[in-house]
Design a protein around this ligand. Structure first.
Ligand code: ANZ
Ligand code: ZN
Length: 874
């Protein structure tokens, strides 16, 4: 055994061994309970960042621990390989996205391997490979057949200079990211998936996922956004000359008698009608259409509007209400129109105030004695209360009022109760190159024709280099030209590709069916699914998880699966943070690397910094997410090269519980490294003497004579018991600190044992080291693997079970005796329960109390009352 700890060699050897023995290979085995542990697969952006390291270490700790617990564990890995960054990189370097992507995959795979994750690489997949994405295409066509995929026009961002569609993230402050041109909205035909058909199930089934964080379930529920309300029709004023009605959706039908105007979205047909002969309104409508469609923006932007000059009739009173176009009404929600109740709705209140529209109070507070109403117009009263001033509907509670008004409306044929979802259908068409080609052929005579199954996959050419002027597939005659599957005439292939969320919506199913198969999935999904533990970032709490749940249900309904939910348990890991330093000059921000700064810290946690180059102050921004733009990232590669993978892994697990943020600390990294060195030296110190010792049972009778062994074992098994509890509940930080406690206990005992410890002590040390090694193993598998071998334990640690704690070791508890000197209480003495009179006397004499009160004299007499007290007479 090497005397000192050389992580590079240890890690290389351990990894080579695991590779040779195919240690992480997962095969279906009906004889064992399965455990599918999945970390969200990475986008191959170039190299790993700390967020990846943390995510995959958590997954690896869980995987290795479950294997120790006797599970048949599968931990796969793959690449979310399509997407925009590859196209941007291509534009910057002139390299085809395919080459860039494959190179990145190769490099990142090496990095992952150097971290020693127990990944079954036989299951590796990249979503940009035809044998994967052909099934995106195949399933798309299945859903098209079933009507779950359909085509309609959708709105896109159009860059008028580049003549291309921009993704949302390519629009910066309303302008194209490359050209700076004002972005326009365009209506183009796109494909949609009817996820709204599943809205209710997606919502209800959240209750069947107790293994998900409450926060994520709430986010999903809000995203689905179920509202129970009433759909109300406001008949057109006869002056409009069209016999129709304006439909609105409201969750507050109880306020109907307080509606004073109606407002419609700029895209609403009534707005379109009104702009004829009204150029001013037309200009306003155009302005609104250009604005953001993001809901968050709409909620915060200044409310603006214009009257249409048209009126509708109140469905119950027949009053004439003006219709306005307002920028706070969304075309994509409800009916694209609202009945406005300024007295009780904040948005309507703000709007009415601004434009001098009238309001009428129809709800008063139930709880307060005074009538809390909106007048004199400081704020809307938006709470539930009792209806007032509402004719036949006065004096009612919220639900009573809604019910009564709904019935009255229904009688007139002007309304009914309805459930409304915020969730929209999933638009999957992207006008981009690097994605799954949508398998449709456009024929001049037959229209849109699905690519026949035997012509799948529609292969994406891998040698295109996008130049920013739109989808390069449009210039590829070899891709575009095809024969119409129906009539055989020359036709044109669709060049839109699928949203990359399609790729990640089912990769976890494909992992279960490794190898060449002639189907999307096979019966092995039955064995492996659902995923027992899914681990990833909170940024995927909504879309990715919702799409995956939808996709799974859609596959189920096509008879491909018998599975309702793909992920039984979800862990969302916290972000990795570092300190950031910034200087702002002329409103330009420059972020500094710490190595460019001299940093001073005072005892109150205050931080000041000066740039080394000019000696001028730089502001401390505090802890923020590590990011390229803030120059505060730490490269995992450097960390691994300097300290080894185990140190990186230990630091990550030790510093915070997995769900919390993690603050970077160089001292923490160095401390982790020192700890592993100490573990190694302790093992080195004893490994010779431990050779040849077998597993031993510790029986109470022999232990009686060795209190030091009892103390050591009590500490070791006590810590182990806690660690077993903590690792089960994924509190890995305390598992890592258990490793530290175990080391301290062993070092203590080892120091006291001296050069020639008893056999019993040797056995206790051996046991302690075997427990320490196994407690550390899930977190730092390389050093554990090496020590396991060096210390002569049986077999491979990867197959070793998690150690059970010995309840007897805990039970042989210590007792606390009263310690007297000359009959006076001077303190307490803790002794092993098993200690006899002589041992208790020895412990009493060695105690601090005795040293202090004896004046260096030997005692005249020691009286021991077992279980009670010791009295020293001096
Ligand atoms: C009248 C009213 C009175 C409303 C009141 C609220 C308070 P949720 O819960 O999100 O479903 N609304 C309906 N369609 C809209 C659209 N296309 N754009 C903007 N707002 C729209 O919200 C339903 C409420 O949001 C509806 O109830 C409507 O305003 C508004 F004291 O109608 B309410
Ligand atoms: Zn045709």
């Amino acid at each position: 055994m090497q005397q000192s700890y050389h992580p590079q060699k240890i890690e290389r050897d351990a990894q080579a061994h695991w590779q040779k023995t195919q240690a992480a290979r997962a095969l279906e085995d009906a004889g064992k309970p399965k455990y599918y542990c999945l970390s969200m697969f990475p986008y191959p952006s170039g190299k790993l960042h700390m967020g990846h390291v943390r995510n995959y270490t958590i997954g690896d700790v869980i995987s290795r621990f479950h294997r120790m617990r006797g599970y048949n564990v599968m931990q796969p890995m793959g690449w979310d390989a399509f997407g925009l960054p590859a196209e941007n990189a291509a534009m910057a370097n002139g390299v085809p996205p395919a080459k860039w992507t494959y190179d990145n995959i190769a490099y990142m795979k090496k990095q992952l391997q150097s971290l020693g994750f127990a990944i079954d690489w036989e299951r590796e997949l990249a979503t940009c490979k035809p044998d994967y994405y052909r099934w995106n295409q195949w399933f798309f066509l299945k859903l098209l057949e079933k009507g779950i995929v359909y085509k309609k026009t959708g709105t896109v961002n159009w860059d008028p200079i580049d003549q291309t569609v921009l993704a949302n993230e390519q629009v910066i402050d309303g302008r194209g990211w490359r050209t700076g041109a004002l972005v326009e909205k365009r209506e183009i035909p796109m494909y949609y998936m009817r996820i709204t058909d599943y809205a209710d199930e997606l919502l209800e089934a959240l209750d069947t996922l107790p293994g998900w964080p409450e926060r994520v379930r709430t986010m999903q529920a809000n995203w689905i956004g179920k509202s129970e309300g009433v759909e109300i029709s406001f008949p057109y004023d006869p002056a409009i000359g069209v016999d129709d009605a304006l439909k609105v959706f409201t969750t507050r039908a109880d306020t109907l008698m307080g509606a004073t105007y109606c407002a419609v979205a700029a895209e609403h047909p009534l707005a379109t009608l009104a702009v004829k002969n009204n150029p001013e309104l037309a200009a306003f409508v155009d302005e609104c259409k250009r604005g953001s469609v993001m809901e968050a923006d709409i909620a915060t932007q200044e409310k603006k509007g214009m009257p249409t000059g048209l009126h509708v009739l109140h469905p119950l009173t027949g009053d004439k209400l003006p219709v306005w176009v307002a920028n706070y009404v969304l075309m994509t929600y409800g009916e694209g129109a609202v009945m406005a109740v300024p007295a009780h709705d904040e948005r309507d209140f703000e709007f009415a105030n601004k434009y001098g529209l009238s309001y009428k109070t129809v709800i008063k507070s139930k709880s307060s004695t005074y009538e809390k109403v909106a007048a004199p117009w400081q704020a809307a009263y938006a709470e539930y209360g009792l209806t007032v001033d509402s004719d036949d509907f006065s004096g009612l509670e919220f639900q009573q009022a809604v019910d009564a008004i709904a019935i009255a409306l229904e009688k007139k044929g002007l309304g009914k109760k309805r459930v409304q979802y915020r969730l929209r259908d999933w638009g999957i068409s992207r006008q981009r190159y690097w994605g799954t080609p949508i398998p449709i052929i456009h024929c001049a005579s037959c229209g849109d024709v699905p690519v026949p199954e035997d012509q799948l996959p529609v292969v994406l050419p891998e040698d295109c280099v996008p130049d920013g002027s739109g989808n390069p597939l449009n210039k590829r005659a070899d891709f575009l030209a095809c024969a119409c599957p129906k009539c055989g005439k020359a036709a044109r292939r669709e060049t839109d590709t699928m949203d990359t969320f399609v790729d990640s919506s089912w990769y976890f199913l494909r992992f279960a069916c490794a190898g060449k198969i002639q189907a999307m999935v096979d019966e092995r999904v039955k064995y492996w699914l659902p995923v027992d533990q899914y681990i990833g970032g909170i940024e995927h709490a909504i879309l990715h998880l919702l799409y995956s749940r939808f996709w799974t249900k859609a596959m189920r309904d096509c008879g491909l699966l018998k599975l309702d939910e793909p992920f039984a348990n979800l862990l969302t890991q916290g972000m990795v943070l570092n300190e950031a330093f910034v200087r702002v000059t002329d409103s330009k921000k420059r972020y500094y690397w710490t190595h460019e700064l001299d940093i001073q810290r005072d005892e109150h946690g205050g931080v000041t910094a000066k740039a080394r180059d000019d000696g001028q102050a730089v502001n401390y921004e505090g802890w923020t997410t590590m990011s390229k733009s803030k120059n505060n990232g730490v490269d995992p590669q450097q960390l691994i090269e300097e300290f080894g993978a185990d140190t990186a892994r230990f630091f990550m697990m030790f510093t915070s519980p997995p769900e919390q943020t993690l603050q970077w600390s160089n001292e923490g990294v160095e401390g982790s490294f020192r700890f592993l060195k100490r573990v190694w030296s302790l093992a080195w110190q004893w490994h010779d003497k431990l050779q040849g010792l077998g597993d031993s049972a510790f029986d109470v009778a022999t232990l009686k004579n060795e209190p030091a062994v009892v103390v050591l074992r009590r500490e070791v098994h006590g810590v182990l018991k806690q660690a077993s509890f903590d690792i089960e509940r994924k509190q890995f930080n305390t598992v890592a600190s258990a490793g530290m406690k175990l080391l301290n206990a062993l070092q203590d005992a080892s120091a006291k044992a001296g050069e020639t410890p008893s056999t019993l002590m040797l056995q206790a040390l051996r046991e302690g080291l075997s427990i320490l090694t196994r407690v550390l193993y899930p977190v730092t598998p390389h050093i554990a693997h090496a020590l396991w071998g060096e210390l002569g334990f049986d077999g491979d640690i990867i197959d070793a079970p998690w150690p059970p704690h010995d309840p007897n070791a805990l039970e042989t508890d210590e007792v606390e005796l009263v310690l007297q000197v000359n009959g006076k209480l001077r303190g307490h003495l803790i002794v092993p329960k098993a200690a006899d009179k002589a041992q208790i006397e020895a412990l009493a004499l060695a105690s601090e109390v005795m040293q202090k009160h004896s004046g260096g004299q030997p005692p005249k007499k020691i009286i021991v009352v077992p279980g009670r007290l010791v009295n020293i007479v001096v």
